[in-house]
Design a protein around this ligand. Structure first.
Ligand code: GAP
Length: 477
């Protein structure tokens, strides 16, 4: 069924230890979140699933882990210093600040062709979402990169200025020659990276959907110019299938072709995979937002970071670079800058979408409503819970604890005896544990336990000696 809205997931996440508001004991820090005991497992499982699919299961992939703080020149030549900004608008009445491109347009302006938000603001046709005033300033660019300073230099010394990376991608481009030489790769091949990125978002919000600190899973796939368009389409299809393979229903995913005016400065074509993050919104169009972007970045990045390209007068376009990031094709004896196809997903948005999609409610025999998180077993934070039927019986407790210890080297198992069996099952259902193993009086006689399925609530008796293999098999199907 899926969660009816993000708020349902916010309260489940806090109640069960997936995600907590950050710095809560000091009043919080707007739109920052901490991942609790179950949240960290879920994030790790998402990242491992992505890495396995993207790197291990392919023949054409390498991994990388580049720095968060890079030389400032990286962001100069990538275009981020000049263009990585959102249009910022202030309300003169209540001093709130908003992104102009996200302001709600009145119905009659929604579909104005060629309409410019700045004109509408000037004509006082747009209202402040906070106080309703139409006294708004002209939009002005606000750069989203977080600034900091390196070394023991004065803060106002421009030489000390650096940024926290706003995307992991640039770390891959500037290492292109290093990876190429050390891995002896031939085109086409890709370089994958997972890591934190930072953006001083004007309007963060919607729980972990838009935050200032977040994690990305990005891959740059280098191809010959001319092969870019069909490879781009292949990656769009692959990525869509990856999300459905994680258990997200195809009905809650869609492809969105970015129109020309939305394209980033480096992009020839970008297709977003959107998820239905806002199912409660009446207007179907507003239910969707970006989960992942898949861009054809052309040869923009490798070219811009290279020392050789020149302008019409023969002047180097990048006098600071010491490297040429072109590629020599042995077969054709040609040298060129490869094109780049980039699937870029957010870890946090993936976590939010899998939680929303897995959410379901079921009523038991007593008419009580239970939350069941139907997480894909690969993503479930806990794979098996070992539950003793009688916690005052030392033999049963001892056997249950021994089973837990025997399983833990190969799968994430927990032991719990802090409630009656109904409550223990409900607790595991709510956090998405696919399998519960119950140790009862009979287990002491027949060396067997009951394995209970989260989704069907069906139970089967399994010999303890077969349990490890049995659980592994069940988790794979
Ligand atoms: N290198 C290309 C790039 O960074 P992007 O569309 O800006 O593209 C890729 O970001 C993904 O990163 C998005 O689809 C989203 O999942 C995630 N992301 C971007 N900004 C985010 C934010 N402020 N909070 C959470 N996730 C974010």
């Amino acid at each position: 069924m899926g969660a009816p809205n993000i708020e349902t997931i916010v309260s489940l996440a806090k109640r069960r230890g997936f995600v907590f508001p950050s710095s809560e004991i000091y009043g919080g820090l707007g739109s920052a979140w901490d991942y609790g005991p179950l949240g960290v497992e879920l994030c790790n499982n998402v990242k491992q699933a992505w890495w396995r699919w993207m790197v291990y299961e392919r023949d054409d992939m390498e991994g990388l882990d580049s720095s968060i703080i890079l030389n400032r020149l990286v962001w100069k030549y990538s275009g981020h210093e000049d263009t990585f900004s959102d249009p910022l608008v202030d309300c003169r009445n209540c001093n709130s600040r908003f992104r102009a491109d996200k302001l709600e347009l009145p119905d009659q302006l929604r579909r104005v062709v060629g309409g410019n938000i700045a004109d509408f603001i000037g004509e006082k046709k747009i209202k402040c979402p906070n106080c309703g005033s139409n006294d708004l300033t002209e939009p002005r660019p606000f750069n989203l990169m977080f600034k900091t300073h390196v070394g023991a230099m004065a803060e106002d010394d421009p030489a000390s200025l650096v940024y926290l990376r706003p995307e992991t991608a640039q770390g891959i481009f500037i290492n292109f020659a290093n990876v190429l030489t050390t891995s002896r790769r031939k085109l086409p091949f890709g370089v994958a990276q997972i890591g934190k990125s930072f953006r001083n978002e004007v309007t963060p919000g919607n729980f972990i959907f838009r935050t200032r600190e977040f994690e990305q899973m990005e891959m740059e796939y280098f191809v010959r110019p001319g092969e870019d368009e069909h490879v781009h389409q292949e990656w769009i299809d692959n990525c869509f299938n990856w999300f459905t393979g994680l258990g997200i229903s195809a009905g809650n995913l869609r492809l969105y072709e970015q129109p020309k005016e939305e394209l980033a400065h480096y992009s020839k074509r970008t297709v977003d995979i959107q998820y239905r993050f806002f199912p409660e919104r009446e207007d179907e169009e507003r239910q969707w937002d970006e989960l992942m972007g898949i861009a054809n970045r052309t040869d923009f990045d490798l070219r811009t970071h290279s020392k050789k390209p020149e302008d019409a007068e023969g002047k180097r376009l990048n006098p600071d670079s010491t490297e040429d990031l072109s590629y020599f094709d042995e077969a054709t004896k040609e040298r060129f800058y490869p094109y780049v196809i980039e699937p870029a997903a957010g870890v946090n948005r993936t976590v939010l979408s899998v939680l929303m999609d897995a959410y379901s409610e079921k009523t038991n025999d007593k008419g009580e409503m239970r939350v069941i998180l139907k997480l894909h077993p690969e993503l479930a934070p806990i794979k098996a819970a070992i539950l003793p039927l009688a916690k005052n019986k030392p033999e049963i407790v001892g056997m249950a604890k021994a089973i837990k210890r025997s399983l833990q080297p190969t799968l994430r198992a927990v032991y719990d005896d802090t409630g009656g069996i109904g409550k223990l099952y409900a607790r595991q259902d709510e956090i998405g544990t696919p399998l519960c193993v119950t140790v009862d009086h009979q287990s002491l006689e027949d060396e067997a336990v009951t394995v209970r399925d989260r989704d069907t609530w069906e139970q089967e008796r399994v010999k303890v000696s077969d349990l490890g293999e049995h659980l592994q098999r069940r988790l794979k199907t």
